[in-house]
Design a binder for this molecule. Structure first.
Ligand code: CAA
Length: 277
C-alpha cells in the first residue's frame, strides 16, 4: 500500500493500515516532508505505549510495517493499492492521480481521501476511472469507526467492493455513497462547524460554552469548534469553499474562519485555533 501525502489524514491512514497488518509506504512532496510524517506516526505510537494503550512489541511490529518510498513513482510501482491524502485542492489531486496513473500497477486500487471534491473528476485524470474510488476517513483515523466509500460515475463494482473490504480489514464500518458534493458526512458536518463560528462572531456565547452546549445538550463527543480545531481550520475552509460553489449559500464560509486561516491559526496542528494547544 502506498499513502501519498502524510499530513494528519495520511499519517492516520498509514497507522491504521499498519496496525491491521498491511505493509505501508509513505511519500510526500519531498523526502523531508515524508520523514516528518513517519516521525509523526511513531510519536503517536509512543504516546499510546506511554498511556498503556499499546504494548511495546505491537508498537515495534506496526512501526516495522511502515517505510518511506523514495518518491511517488517508485512507491506506486509495486503497490496493490494507493491512497491519496494530499491537501483538499482539486489541482493537486488531479496532478497526483495523473502521476499515479502513469506508474501504478494496472490492477492497483486508486483511492482518494477527499472529504468533498468530485471523485468522478479526480478519476477522469486517469486512463482507468473504473478503478478509482473515494475512501473518506475520519480524524483520528485509527479511532473513528466510519469509512465513507464514494462511488464515482465510472467506478466499477469490483473497485467499490475492494474499498469496502479494505475498510472492514481496518475494523471500520463502510458505507457506500454516491459521488455528490459533501457526500453523506461533510455536507452535514461542516454546516454545524460553520454555524458555531457564526455564533461566535455574533457573540451568542463563548467558544467553550458553544462547545459545551453540543457536548452536554446533544451528547456530541466534542463541540463543533473543538472539532474544527481537530480537523484543521484550513481543511474546513477548503471544504466550505467547494460546497459553497457547488451547493450554494448554506455553505458560505464565515469571515472569522477566513481571517483565522490567514493568520495561520489552523487548530491543533499549528498550536492555536479556537483554543490553544
Ligand atoms: N491512534 C490510535 N488511538 C488513538 C489515537 C490515535 N491517533 N488518538 C486517540 N486514540 C485512542 C485513545 O488511546 C483512546 O483509546 P481508549 O478508548 O482505548 O482509551 C481513544 O482513542 C479515545 O481517545 P482519548 O481518551 O484521548 O480522548 P476522548 O475519549 O476524548 O476521544 C475523540 C477523542 C475520539 C477524538 C473523541 O473526542 C471524538 O470522537 N471526537 C469527534 C471526532 C470526529 O468527529 N471526527 C470526525 C472529524 S471530520 C473528519 O475527520 C472528516 C473530514 O472530512 C474533515
Amino acid at each position: 500500500m502506498l499513502v501519498v501525502g502524510v499530513g494528519t489524514m495520511g499519517r492516520g491512514i498509514a497507522q491504521a493500515c499498519a496496525a491491521a497488518g498491511i505493509r505501508v509506504r509513505l511519500c510526500d512532496v519531498d523526502r523531508a516532508t515524508a520523514e516528518r510524517g513517519l516521525q509523526g506516526v511513531l510519536e503517536t505510537l509512543d504516546r499510546l505505549v506511554a498511556r498503556g494503550k499499546l504494548d511495546a512489541a505491537e508498537r515495534a511490529a506496526i512501526a516495522a510495517r511502515i517505510e518511506l518510498a523514495s518518491d511517488l513513482e517508485s512507491g506506486a510501482a509495486d503497490a496493490d493499492a494507493c491512497i491519496e491524502a494530499v491537501p483538499e485542492r482539486i489541482e493537486l489531486k488531479l496532478e497526483t492521480f495523473a502521476r499515479l496513473d502513469r506508474v501504478a500497477r494496472p490492477d492497483a486500487l486508486l483511492a482518494t481521501n477527499t472529504s468533498s471534491l468530485s471523485v468522478t473528476e479526480i478519476a477522469a485524470a486517469t486512463s482507468r476511472p473504473d478503478r478509482v474510488v473515494g475512501t473518506h476517513f475520519f480524524n483520528p483515523v485509527p479511532v473513528m469507526e466510519l469509512l465513507e466509500v464514494v462511488r464515482g460515475l465510472r467506478t466499477d463494482e469490483a473497485t467499490v467492493e475492494r474499498a469496502v473490504a479494505l475498510g472492514r480489514r481496518l475494523g471500520k464500518t463502510p458505507i457506500v455513497v454516491r459521488d455528490f458534493p459533501g457526500f453523506a458526512t461533510s455536507r452535514l458536518g461542516v454546516v454545524l462547524g460553520a454555524e458555531a463560528i457564526r455564533m461566535l462572531e455574533q457573540g451568542v456565547a463563548s467558544a467553550e460554552d458553544i462547545d459545551r452546549a453540543m457536548e452536554l445538550g446533544y451528547r456530541h463527543p466534542m463541540g463543533p469548534l473543538r472539532l474544527t480545531d481537530l480537523v484543521g481550520l484550513d481543511v474546513r475552509l477548503a471544504i466550505l469553499e467547494h460546497l459553497h460553489r457547488e451547493l450554494g449559500e448554506a455553505f458560505r464560509p464565515p469571515a472569522l474562519l477566513r481571517q483565522m486561516v490567514r493568520a495561520g491559526k489552523l487548530g491543533r496542528k499549528s498550536g492555536e485555533g479556537f483554543y490553544r494547544y
